[in-house]
Write a protein that binds this ligand. Structure first.
Ligand SMILES: C[S@@+](CC[C@H](N)C(=O)[O-])C[C@H]1O[C@@H](n2cnc3c(N)ncnc32)[C@H](O)[C@@H]1O
Length: 206
């Protein structure tokens, strides 16, 4: 595999793949689901060489744009996969390979009749528990109050994670961290941003 190519072709591997297959080292690994145009991961990988960063994005145009930007930077600690998160988490990754999973502004599907498309259901949460290390964390940001409330209740119901915040289980996120394209857009519109964090319970992962 060409280490400086940011796009990972999973057809070159036998599944499931581990972090050493992708990065050729065992540094702590951060996964971002739905990275959009990749600006968050690109900034993070540039400023933090101590960790590896992997992103999943289902939209080809966004994936390609992120790959083009990253190619110019030749970062060895940053890789992207063009794949649906549900498939990747269920079938592609080895257990306990991620230390942190970030989901910045998952598609909110605000209409009631579309809410079945929301990403955080019990199956996805149980896949997250498997691919995260015991004690690994998931951090989710959204501008939708009803969505963050639903996310907190799904994680609590799973019994696999503990919220890192006291009730109601989320906080209003302050500006200043590396912001994504959607976060910048919401902040410019003076919308509140909510953040929830969940710790993978070691006893559940053996
Ligand atoms: C609202 S955008 C947020 C993009 C970026 N994280 C940001 O904050 O700017 C949601 C992104 O998630 C991607 N996405 C939605 N469902 C996905 C899935 N099942 N697997 C991977 N990516 C997904 C979409 O294509 C889109 O780029």
């Amino acid at each position: 595999m060409n280490l400086s190519d940011p796009a990972v072709d999973i057809s070159l591997f036998s599944l499931p793949i581990g972090k050493k297959d992708i990065f050729l080292n065992e540094k702590p690994l951060v996964l971002e689901i739905g990275f959009g145009e990749g600006e968050f991961l690109i900034n993070a990988a540039r400023s933090d060489g101590s960790r590896n960063y992997l992103g999943l994005e289902v939209k080809r145009g966004r994936f390609r744009k992120a790959v083009r930007t990253a190619e110019a930077l030749s970062l060895q600690n940053l890789k992207f996969l063009h794949i649906e998160a549900e498939i990747a988490l269920r079938q592609v990754f080895r257990e306990r390979m991620f230390d942190l999973v970030l989901v910045n502004f998952p598609d909110p599907w605000p209409k009631k009749k579309h809410s079945k498309h929301r990403m955080f259901n019990q199956e996805l949460i149980s896949c997250l528990a498997k691919v995260l290390t015991g004690g690994g964390r998931t951090v989710i940001k959204t501008d939708q109050l009803s969505y963050i409330e639903q996310i907190v209740s799904e994680f609590e119901r799973s019994g696999l994670f503990r919220s890192t915040y006291p009730p109601p289980g989320f906080i209003e996120a302050q500006a200043g961290e590396t912001e994504t394209k959607f976060e910048k857009h919401f902040r410019e519109a003076s919308q509140k941003i909510f953040s929830a964090g969940f710790l993978n319970l070691p006893s559940q992962t053996g």
